[in-house]
Design a protein around this ligand. Structure first.
Ligand code: S3P
Length: 425
């Protein structure tokens, strides 16, 4: 169990672990590239380890050398039929993106997941992948894992995604590498574009115009891939420091891809003092140092347009909104209901347990500002981002907050507690 207490401020310089989305993609794309790839800054969280184990099951040789992961890619058609069931664990990105690659393989694969993943919707990828010609079956007419996939002989599609989801977009683009013709994916609001960037870096025939992505049959070649720090992990520290007067925190080497920086925009709109330094581009992704000085923040309205750029940061935004002056309203975020837990219900329930005035909305929540936060025992629902958000809540509370089942933090940020200790005073 993780226990956090009220602190005076957050001070120091930290780094955060590698970006989860980019780490998954590095292993997947390197596996279907020709030649050897070196992956530096890889996140050794449970989700990305699940991706490695799935690709080992598909016959890929992955060596963990500490500083780097060396992966011997076998090209688009070098994967082999796994002898057993592949396990995606808790990871939606693993099962959905992997399904896109498996749609291009003529052999049979079964992919399972943990109790949380087995409740999450898979029709969003199964429907377009079937349109391309793959056979995908599962419980609930193919909507729930375990999934059984036999692919091959794909044809290109022009698909308008009903949800702004990088996992859906990526699954189709990866299948598109195997399809006859140009595969096109359109989204109403553009989701994170790490797949497109990495595909381009590895030599794919891909282009993006006005948010519409087109990919053709391509060969990929192995590369050196640098994974920047994960802005979604940095967000817990960024938000806490921004909302706590007397804080001064530097987070070095964070990924600043514009499809991910909604958290910075929202914090600034709430009045936060945030600057970016040392801006660079590494292997097609922007990185930089984030400098945060703490102050009292103001409540704001957060609507649909920005949600895909901060979808994973909403739990911690809800926490600091409770400490801000005035009300914060979050809408257009119904996708939160199908994450590792129903993150609207989870957050509303747990915030209420520690005395915060918050109301659940069908597509978000409404948080009163200037709450007096009490201590208490809260639940994580086995959801890493709920656990870390509630741990941040304890830093502002009048009594200790105990986060039960906090082991799930290892999914994305194994050193969270250690990092927190180094900057709290
Ligand atoms: C991810 C995309 C997002 C995000 C998830 C990681 C990815 O999910 O919430 O944590 O790596 O593509 P959706 O694509 O379902 O929005």
């Amino acid at each position: 169990m993780l226990v956090t207490n009220k602190i005076q401020g957050i001070e120091g310089k930290i780094t955060v672990p590698g970006d989860k989305s980019i780490s998954h993609r590095a292993v997947m794309l390197a596996s279907i590239s020709k030649g050897t790839s070196s992956i530096k800054g890889f996140l050794r969280g449970e989700d990305c380890i699940s991706t490695i184990s799935c690709f080992r099951g598909l016959g890929i040789d992955v060596e963990d050398k500490g500083e780097e992961i060396i992966l011997h890619g076998k090209g688009l058609y070098g994967l082999r039929e796994p002898e057993g069931v592949l396990d995606a664990g808790n990871s939606g990105t693993t099962i959905r993106l992997l399904s896109g690659i498996l749609a291009g393989q003529e052999f049979l694969t079964i992919v399972m997941g943990d109790a949380s993943l087995r409740k999450r919707p898979m029709a969003r990828i199964a429907v377009p992948l079937r349109k391309m010609g793959a056979m995908i079956e599962g419980r609930d007419k193919g909507n729930l894992a375990p999934l059984v996939i036999r692919g091959g002989n794909l044809k290109a599609i022009d698909y308008t995604s009903p949800v702004s989801s990088a996992q859906v977009k990526s699954a189709i683009l990866l299948a598109g590498l195997y399809g006859e013709g140009d595969t096109i994916v359109r989204e109403e609001i553009v989701s994170r574009d790490h797949t497109e960037r990495m595909l381009k870096a590895l030599g794919a025939n891909i282009k993006t115009e006005n948010g519409i992505v087109t990919v053709g049959k391509s060969e990929l070649h192995g590369e050196e891939i640098h994974v920047p720090g994960d802005i979604s992990s940095a967000a817990f520290f960024m938000a806490a420091a921004a909302a706590m007067p007397k804080s001064h925190l530097v987070i070095e080497g964070v990924g600043l891809n514009p499809t991910r920086t909604g958290i910075i925009d929202v914090l600034k709109e709430m009045g936060a003092d945030i600057e970016i330094d040392n801006l660079q581009e590494k292997a097609g992704e922007e990185t930089g140092d984030i400098i945060i000085k703490g102050k009292k923040l103001q409540g704001i309205s957060i609507g649909k347009e920005i949600i895909p750029r901060l979808i994973d940061e909403i739990p911690v935004i809800a926490v600091i909104a409770a400490t801000a002056e005035g009300k914060t309203i979050i809408t257009g975020a119904e996708e939160l209901k199908v994450k590792e837990s129903n993150r609207i219900t989870s957050m509303v329930t747990e915030l209420q347990k520690v005395g915060i005035k918050v109301k659940e909305l069908p597509d978000g929540m409404e948080i009163e500002g200037s709450n007096s936060i009490t201590g208490g025992r809260v639940e994580s629902y086995g959801d890493h981002r709920i656990a870390m958000a509630m741990a941040v809540c304890g830093l502002f509370a009048n009594g200790p907050i105990e986060v039960a089942n906090s082991g799930c933090i290892d999914i994305s940020f194994p050193d969270f507690q250690k990092t927190l200790k180094t900057v709290t005073k």
